[in-house]
Design a protein around this ligand. Structure first.
Ligand code: NJP
Length: 247
């Protein structure tokens, strides 16, 4: 029997790498995001990936995803991101609202819609993509840090509420990952500013590194719950302590 994994935010970065990796592990993968062209390309390369247009901020879109599924064994709540890097004093309300909507309420919508399927599967695994920002504050990170703290709390609460049911709750908390979209989104499309985030860092994590951790966590035996994995590049000892070379 083939298992089905749903990955949100699968059109780039960590989500795309996770969709590919779970397909390679033998899952049928449902890959959701808004940019359908990118999902179609991904699906064309990998037949066991099915693209679904998904906006996690829209309940009807999430409901349509749920209705299209025959089963769901693994859910990776990955869709998310940071918008803006202003200090709290100048933070834009719409950025904060959007970060909460995508990262927190988006994960809540998808979780609520698919939880019955995860339970039905008899061995469901729900993965929350938080961040080291779910533990540490940093200047300019206020809205994102707040949203990822909330997501981490949702994961912890779910684990308590679901104890005794056949669902595992896994939190994956990466540090600096060099992905196509994350920093570009944060700097509102400013590619040069985004590139400076990774400047001189010998080896930031790649999307594949995080996908590897997710794949490992979700393929453990059913009684093994990997509560949380914090993964940083060797060059990042802490949120503020990043080793850079040159320049
Ligand atoms: O970012 P990016 P990452 N509905 O921008 C999707 C966390 N993280 O892979 O809809 C549905 O390449 C968007 O798709 P589209 C981070 O917070 C990262 O780095 O087509 N999907 C795209 O596929 C996030 O939770 C780092 O625009 C929506 C994806 O989200 C996760 O890792 C560090 C959507 C974003 O891909 C993946 O981020 C860390 C919506 N409304 C945590 N809005 C890092 N990169 O350093 C966006 O600690 N998406």
């Amino acid at each position: 029997m083939r298992k089905t994994a749903v990955v949100t935010g699968a059109s780039s970065g960590i989500g795309e790498a996770t969709a590919r990796r779970l397909a390679a592990e033998g899952f049928d993968v449902v890959a959701g995001a808004r940019r359908r062209d990118r999902l179609d390309k991904l699906a064309a390369e990998t037949p066991s990936i099915r693209p679904v247009t998904l906006d996690v901020t829209a309940q009807e879109s999430v409901d349509a995803l749920a209705a299209s599924l025959e089963r769901c064994d693994v859910l990776v709540n990955n869709a998310g991101g940071a918008y803006g890097l202003e200090p709290v004093a100048e933070g834009r309300l719409e950025d904060w609202r959007h970060m909460y909507d995508v990262n927190v309420l988006g994960s809540l919508r998808v979780t609520q819609a698919l939880l019955p399927r995860l339970v039905e599967s008899g061995d469901g695994v729900l993965v929350m993509l938080t961040s080291t920002a779910a533990f540490d504050a940093y200047e300019g990170g206020g809205g994102y840090v707040a949203a990822k703290h909330a997501l981490r709390t949702m994961a912890e609460t779910l684990r308590l509420e679901l104890v005794g049911q056949p669902v595992r709750i896994v939190e994956i908390a990466p540090g600096m990952v060099k992905t196509e979209g994350f920093a570009v989104t944060r700097f509102r499309g400013d590619e040069a500013a985004a590139a400076r985030v990774y400047a001189g860092v010998p080896d930031p994590l790649s999307s594949d590194d995080v996908a590897d951790a997710i794949a490992w966590a979700v393929t453990r035996p059913a009684h093994v719950n990997v509560d949380r994995m914090v993964i940083r590049p060797r060059a990042q000892a802490a949120q503020h302590k990043v080793h850079r070379v040159g320049g």
